[in-house]
Design a protein around this ligand. Sequence first.
Ligand code: UFG
Length: 342
Amino acid sequence: MERTKILVTGGAGYIGSHAVVELYEAGFQPVIVDDFSNSQEQAVRGIEEILGVRVPCHRIDCGDVEALRAVFAEEGSLRGVIHFAASKAVGESVQQPLKYYRNNLGSLLALLTVMQEFGVPHLVFSSSCTVYGIPDQLPVTEQTPTKPATSPYGNTKKICEDIITDVVKAPESTVRAILLRYFNPIGAHASAKIGELPLGVPQNLIPYVTQTAAGIREKLTINGDTYDTPDGTNIRDYVHVVDLAKAHVVAVQRLLDVRGEAVEVFNVGTGRGNSVLEVVHAFEQATGQKLNYVIGPPRTGDVPAIYADVTKATEVLGFRTTTSLEEALASAWKWQQSLVSE
Ligand code: UFG
């Protein structure tokens, strides 16, 4: 039987590459689109080694309507799109807001245009818990009010959600969408053939932790320990990237199977909050590595605490996480070691 074709924009990126693997293993035919501006060919090789097959990959900028049209025409019979391709560095977005609005809004507009032209009916969009800002109540549900974003990056996620909602609700729309609001993705594929490849000095916690343990960085600086949390450090919901990738598979399956609402929103996290210090200690426990760290000042724009209520994703999508924090951190460490030994 022919596999159902799903286009994965940003399919060579961190979450995208894991989603490509999970889609293929669930019986779909993923087709990668990536401009490799913040990803590497190595990810595609890793995917193909895991799967033992070639995966179609188009090197194009997703904001280029003509190039997208050519891909849709060449591939034919696409049934859906998972849209990961985006610029994602919060700090950089403050420095270069235009780049973020241009890339993140431009690629979505191009994609929706071409999806409508070719009658491709299903879209899964990478959103972020950043849309909740500093929430008044924890955990956050999908009903928790969204708040003005604290960075241009966060703002693009909210605006993209609004664009998709308006487009799919239009009377003549042929597209339906699921918006997945991710919490903090961490870890790597068990094979250590794909994982996160941060360029330069990592801004995110886990790559900084693994690079410190590997001796690439001298020490981790914890961004403040005087927040109103039990140990004073920030609380996040760290979800293993393979669990997160699987959420995309069940979201695609729902769009294909159920003629539901035009747009649905789901939180994708574990439902657990862990502090930065808890992560540091869990990493030491899971890997046996001692981590050199100091407490520094708070980072501007950081949300003190956020974690997900995942009841809706569990009940409607059948989404379940299967990986503990320790296992996720061990997988991140295995991935880091594979990079060092290359
Ligand atoms: N942290 C440190 N030291 C570091 C790096 C991070 O203490 O060197 C702390 C942060 O202050 C924060 C936690 O570790 O408390 C997690 O930080 P990350 O940068 O890994 O993740 P964020 O929660 O800041 O950001 C993530 C995504 C963004 C998204 C945001 C939404 O990376 O894309 O969640 O809240 F916008």
